[in-house]
Design a protein around this ligand. Structure first.
Ligand SMILES: [Fe+2]
Length: 176
């Protein structure tokens, strides 16, 4: 795929989200574009906010996400397919399953420059920047994420609560 241009990439993602096989189309686009993470890093603005909404409509929500070192984002779901590509630094993704009365840790994956992962709507992960360095990536959701009701999960019991800024602040951890 040619050089990265944010506006064009957003248009391509928007078109892909309208296809019948949107999940696969978005994943292909992300994989192709993230083959050259340096090109993305060079082209992306440095945003003031950690979470910067780049585009959203009913079919897609596209974000630039920066994870600052030291904060461990609590376990949560997305209630829609999430496709995540990293272009700067690395994020450690920890995956969980809910079992009666507990949240069970399953596995972890480090997602570094050029890597793309996809999570199913009910997939649960917690996320933190790796190696004490900030991490930046593009996160794509196949719905209007800002209006979706989704959950945070208690680190131990797995009890769900609404994903709100207030609950997020109460449940976030300092990275080990
Ligand atoms: Fe997430």
């Amino acid at each position: 795929m040619p050089d990265f241009e944010l506006g064009k990439f957003i248009r391509q993602l928007r078109d892909a989200a309208l296809e019948a096989d949107a999940r696969e189309k978005v994943r292909e686009l992300m994989h192709d574009m993230f083959q050259d993470p340096e090109a993305i890093k060079a082209a992306m603005p440095v945003y003031e906010n950690d979470d910067e909404l780049l585009f959203e409509d009913d079919s897609i929500s596209i974000w630039n996400v920066r994870f600052p070192p030291g904060t461990h984002v609590p376990p949560h779901d997305h209630q829609t397919t999430a496709t995540i590509g990293v272009y700067d630094g690395a994020e450690d993704n920890h995956f969980y399953l809910r079992e009666p009365g507990q949240l069970v840790y399953k596995t972890s994956r480090r997602v570094g420059p050029g890597d793309v992962i996809a999570l199913k709507p009910d997939g649960i992960h917690s996320v933190e920047a790796a190696d004490g360095k900030p991490c930046r990536g593009i996160h794509v959701y196949l719905a209007a994420l800002t209006s979706i009701e989704r959950s945070l999960f208690d680190w131990n019991s797995g009890v769900a609560c609404r994903y709100t800024d207030e609950n997020y602040e109460l449940m976030k951890r300092v990275s080990a």
